[in-house]
Design a protein around this ligand. Structure first.
Ligand code: DGI
Ligand code: FE
Ligand code: FE
Length: 193
């Protein structure tokens, strides 16, 4: 009903793998990603699909996530191994590649980097990172400000989203992943003109 007919089998898969909260969030990310892609010149269909699938491994048991990562021959860095919140993005990208035979590197990258971001992101990667942050079901202090900036300017929105994550991690006493810091530094280095 909610998801276009051509994605029906993926919709069924998500319904079987995700709890209701995460499923509804995924639909929100898909729709926001499509709108952002239309606005910022990325492929709207790829954006919808990547948004739909970005959290596909989020509700899987940690052991299952690690298994999927191992199956894809990915070796986690020590900082990634220590933070299991980061696993679902890596495992999700591996799942798309290995189980769904998705070969588009931009779609795989968008899922892979949706939690931390990284330096020099593609437009699709930025779109998924931010759609995850501002989809309509998100409700946290500052989300309205972030939405406004994201709809005005993708890179300023990205810098704001990344900075909010850094602040949040500091408040919670969690280590900030180096990819998140590198994403911010990269944007700062490219914003002097
Ligand atoms: O999967 P979602 O909840 O939709 O969102 P997400 O993939 O951005 O995951 C958010 C979680 O990941 C949240 O609990 C905080 C954590 N996280 C994001 N960036 C970092 C991080 N945790 C650490 N330690 N360091 C980070 O840089
Ligand atoms: Fe996620
Ligand atoms: Fe998400």
């Amino acid at each position: 009903m909610n998801v276009p007919e051509k994605y029906r089998e993926y919709d069924e898969l998500l319904k079987s793998k995700l709890d209701e909260y995460r499923y509804i969030h995924s639909l929100g990310v898909a729709k926001s990603a499509r709108h952002l892609a239309e606005l910022y010149g990325s492929d709207p269909e790829k954006a919808y699909f990547a948004g739909l699938m970005h959290d596909v491994m989020k509700n899987a048991a940690p052991e299952e996530q690690l298994q999927m990562i191992k199956k894809a021959d990915i070796i986690l860095s020590s900082s990634e191994r220590l933070n299991r919140k980061l696993w679902h993005a890596i495992a999700g990208a591996a799942f798309l590649k290995l189980e769904l035979n998705i070969t588009d590197p931009d779609i795989i990258g968008a899922v892979r980097w949706h939690t931390t971001g990284k330096a020099n992101m593609t437009t699709l990667e930025k779109v998924i990172y931010l759609a995850d942050y501002i989809e309509p079901n998100r409700d946290f202090d500052g989300v309205e400000d972030l939405r406004r900036v994201v709809w005005e300017d993708l890179d300023r929105g990205l810098a704001m989203g990344l900075a909010m994550t850094v602040e949040e991690m500091k408040e919670r006493g969690n280590p900030v992943h180096h990819n998140t810091l590198e994403a911010l530094e990269y944007l700062r280095g490219h914003n002097h003109e």
